[in-house]
Design a binder for this molecule. Structure first.
Ligand SMILES: [Zn+2]
Length: 133
């Protein structure tokens, strides 16, 4: 049997603690981290939110809070499928090899695996910051 992986899902918990908080995702949906643009990369707390937000895989909306969860039956493979569906839905990288989805999912799973389930995290560029445990 394939092992479950820990994942990041959107949460409204801790929303509003910071002036820059956003919570526009569907509660509980899988989220991922887009590579930040130049503006976001230079200043994750600045004008562009892309260095501090997670994107909902289904809604494509943004949230600044995510919850580490272990979802029954969610394996590395089904996580990759969800990521691939997101890319497909946007028409991104349809010609890209699957290595692209694996990289995103691998990075997310590695970040989530380091934290106990139930941890609420924020994002600072490529890293997670614990908001509450
Ligand atoms: Zn940006």
């Amino acid at each position: 049997m394939e092992k479950n992986v820990k994942v990041l899902v959107a949460t409204r918990a801790t929303h509003g603690l910071r002036g820059t908080d956003q919570a526009d995702c569907v509660e509980g949906e899988l989220v991922w981290m887009k590579d930040p643009c130049e503006i976001g990369a230079c200043d994750p707390d600045g004008m562009c939110a892309c260095g501090r937000t997670f994107f909902g895989m289904s809604s494509d909306k943004e949230t600044t809070s995510a919850l580490v969860r272990e979802l029954p039956g969610l394996t590395q493979r089904s996580y990759e499928s969800a990521m691939r569906a997101t890319f497909d839905a946007h028409g991104w990288c349809s010609a890209c090899p699957s290595v692209q989805f694996r990289k995103h999912v691998g990075d997310l799973a590695a970040l989530a695996a380091a934290l106990p389930a139930g941890t609420i995290v924020g994002r600072r560029l490529g890293a997670l910051v614990v908001r509450r445990r």
